[in-house]
Design a protein around this ligand. Structure first.
Ligand code: NAD
Ligand code: ZN
Length: 381
């Protein structure tokens, strides 16, 4: 009898059937060559209130009833992770160290908690990062993005920058085999862009996107895929405007240099933009957007502002603009994302860097340099 089989038998003898779902390795759920007694994993931890992250060994989480353990294969760095890394005022207010951060990921199911029936071991998955209460009025109507009691993976509870992540079954998203894991690793952010862009009718419309961060660039690609006539994107970062161009934006406008009005004229806009997607969080960008919308235009607001923004309400009223705040993703956005990628939407140009997770520092340095799009960290061999 081999050592591996012996260990397996020992482990089985200790399992209380009532608690079987809380064990990480049981019933042959570990892979050949893996130590089933291993209970520690590598994770990127915010150790204390301050700048930086630490690669640490932390306990592997155990899936409780209704939970799923995911073996992480790839993660992507989000702007929120950079806020947490830099320990800015937002992070100081929201993050309680020590904790594992990260919420953009793809992986495979490693273990199932008691009562989980819909998924199987080895299945490729990602996950909705907002864990909602399930009981409020919006949860009941399926609008989980507006839940009054949301808990966010990697912000309010341990996250995905680790070898394993545990989340409730209802947050697990099945990922089709044909989808490239590099792209799926940032479906969470792609979901924000999808939610914001597909809020309005886009076929034949002229769209202004303010902010060419990764989400603005992805939104430009979605708008073109969804049939917009002109997509014009603003920023003051030429590197990022270059990425937006690669993703299909028709015109890029460097607001520190270019005249948006002249670009609109060149692009054939007569009455202003039909649709606006605010993706910078800058009050100045929002004001500029309001000034160039056509009467009856539609705006969705994703960018989160660091400070209150002063507006002339009459500009919004006089133009009859519709404003929609966007938070997180709708669950249906997950289906739309897979289907758009399968239908030909190519998001590879937004990936600018790939590192192994032990090189996470290089990834955060690149994010902080302003010369990056999405950065993918690999966790599997
Ligand atoms: P990012 O910070 O990487 O990109 C924002 C971009 O806006 C930057 O490139 C910046 O140079 C540009 N910018 C700043 N001022 C500008 C101005 N006046 N005009 C035009 N561009 C300007 O952010 P991201 O990761 O792409 O995310 C986009 C925004 O969405 C951020 O504000 C982020 O906090 C927010 N966000 C919101 C949600 C939500 O659920 N509501 C989810 C994720 C991200
Ligand atoms: Zn709720």
């Amino acid at each position: 009898m081999t050592q591996e089989v012996l260990k397996y038998i020992c482990l089985c003898e200790t399992i209380d059937p009532q608690k079987a779902g809380r064990r990480i390795y049981n019933g042959g759920m570990y892979r050949k060559g893996e130590d089933p007694m291993k209970k520690m994993m590598d994770a990127l931890v915010k150790p204390t209130a301050g700048v930086g992250l630490e690669l640490r060994q932390v306990p592997v989480p155990e899936p409780g009833p209704g939970e799923v353990l995911i073996r992480i294969r790839k993660t992507a760095i989000c702007g929120t992770d950079v806020h947490i890394y830099n320990w800015d005022p937002w992070a100081a207010e929201h993050i309680r160290p020590p904790m594992v951060i990260g919420h953009e990921y793809v992986g495979e199911i490693a273990a199932l908690g008691a009562g989980v029936t819909h998924f199987h071991i080895g299945q490729r998955v990602s996950g909705e990062g907002h864990i909602t209460c399930g009981h409020c009025r919006n949860c009941h109507s399926g609008d989980i993005q507006w839940c009054r009691d949301t808990c966010s993976v990697g912000v309010d509870r341990d996250g995905a920058f680790a070898e394993y992540l545990c989340i409730p079954e209802r947050n697990v998203i099945e990922i089709d085999d044909g989808l490239d894991e590099d792209v799926v690793s940032f479906f969470d952010a792609f979901g924000n862009a999808t939610h914001t862009a597909l809020m309005w009718k886009l076929v034949g419309e002229d769209v202004l996107i303010t902010g060419a961060g990764p989400i603005g660039c992805i939104a430009a690609a979605i708008c073109k895929y969804a049939g917009a006539r002109r997509v014009i994107i603003t920023d003051f970062n030429d590197y990022r405007l270059g990425l937006a161009k690669n993703l299909g934006a028709d015109y890029t406008v460097n607001i520190s240099r270019d005249d948006l009005g002249a670009v609109m004229k060149d692009a054939g806009l007569k009455e202003g933009f039909d649709v606006g997607l605010e993706m910078s969080g800058a009050g100045a960008a929002f004001k500029q957007m309001i000034s160039v919308m056509r009467n009856g235009g539609k705006i969705s607001l994703l960018g989160i502002s660091n400070e209150p923004v002063e507006l002339n309400m009459n500009d919004i009223i006089g133009k009859g603009l519709a404003l929609q705040g966007i938070y997180g993703r709708k669950m249906d956005n997950w289906h739309q994302m897979s289907y758009m990628v399968q239908g030909g939407l190519d998001l590879h140009p937004i990936i600018t860097h790939r590192f192994g997770y032990k090189d996470f520092q290089k990834g955060f340095d690149a994010m902080n340099s302003g010369r990056s799009g999405k950065i993918v960290l690999t966790w599997s061999e």
